[in-house]
Design a protein around this ligand. Structure first.
Ligand SMILES: Nc1nc2c(ncn2[C@@H]2O[C@H](COP(=O)(O)OP(=O)(O)OP(=O)(O)O)[C@@H](O)[C@H]2O)c(=O)[nH]1
Ligand SMILES: [Mg+2]
Length: 238
């Protein structure tokens, strides 16, 4: 695929200061477009996204969600729309808090030449995470070992939200039966990707902890990520 057309889907909740920087990084690549999926952020991120749509005509679309918020829900809505867009070859997903440097996007996109989904991975060469307290590194490293042990998924970083999919591979996932909403949603996507026969690859990234804005990691999300691998394992194929 020479010069693939790429749509980058970014879920946002209270990221008004980070989003313009992410947009500039994404749109520095000529064939890239951005879809912001905002969950009615109280800090006005939705309006900032609308402003970016005006600043970059035809290259930024904004989905304003209402009703219950959630990372998984937002991804399902955004990715459905991306899958239906036949002008798109590759669909990327990434966080809006600058932990995922947009400069890695071309490398992720290039690696889809021989993979259906490519993960921007923190754990390929040891641990490449900047500014995380030690307990957070242990938690994430443990979570990944646990997930791989239970599900026998092979990627080193199953909870990374930085990914690039071939659109037609993404279209094979049964998004309508996905059940989880936090990080677990990301694991569930990989689980279903493997089941759908997708070739999963990884490229190394350096992950930098957010500098602005607040973390949304809750106890409920952590508990969900402990339970979900087992749920997936015992879920029958369609
Ligand atoms: N639409 C939407 N986006 C969300 C929601 N929760 C988090 N996000 C976004 O999802 C991405 C990842 O969330 P983060 O809060 O950064 O999660 P994290 O990286 O585990 O935690 P931090 O340590 O705070 O960075 C960011 O772009 C958030 O703005 C939500 O409920 N709805
Ligand atoms: Mg983050």
């Amino acid at each position: 695929m020479s010069d693939p057309r790429v749509l980058v889907v970014v879920p946002t909740y209270n990221e008004k200061d980070n989003l313009p920087l992410v947009a500039a990084g994404v749109l520095a690549n000529p064939n890239f477009r951005l879809m912001v999926v905002d969950d009615g952020s109280p800090d006005g991120t939705g309006a900032v996204a609308d402003g970016l749509a005006g600043k970059y005509p035809g290259r930024v679309e904004v989905m304003h969600r209402t009703g219950p918020r959630g990372l998984g829900r937002s991804y399902i809505d955004g990715l459905r729309k991306a899958i239906a867009d036949s002008t798109v070859d590759l669909v990327c997903q990434m966080d809006a808090d600058l932990s995922h440097n947009p400069e890695y996007l071309p490398a992720l996109a290039a690696a889809t030449a021989d993979h259906d989904v490519v993960i921007g991975s923190r754990y390929l060469n040891g641990v490449s995470v900047v500014n995380w307290p030690l307990h957070r590194i242990f938690l994430s490293a443990f979570a990944n070992r646990y997930i791989r042990a239970v599900t026998s998924l092979t990627p080193k970083d199953c909870t990374s939200g930085f990914r690039c999919w071939r659109r037609e591979a993404l279209a094979r996932l049964p998004l309508d039966r996905m059940v989880s909403d936090g990080y677990a949603f990301l694991v569930e996507m990989l689980f279903e990707a493997r089941r759908a026969g997708c070739r999963i690859g990884e490229v190394p990234i350096i992950f930098v902890e957010r500098r602005q804005g607040q973390s949304k990691v809750s106890k409920a999300v952590l508990i969900e990520s402990l339970i979900t691998p087992w749920r997936l394992l015992f879920r029958k194929s369609p």
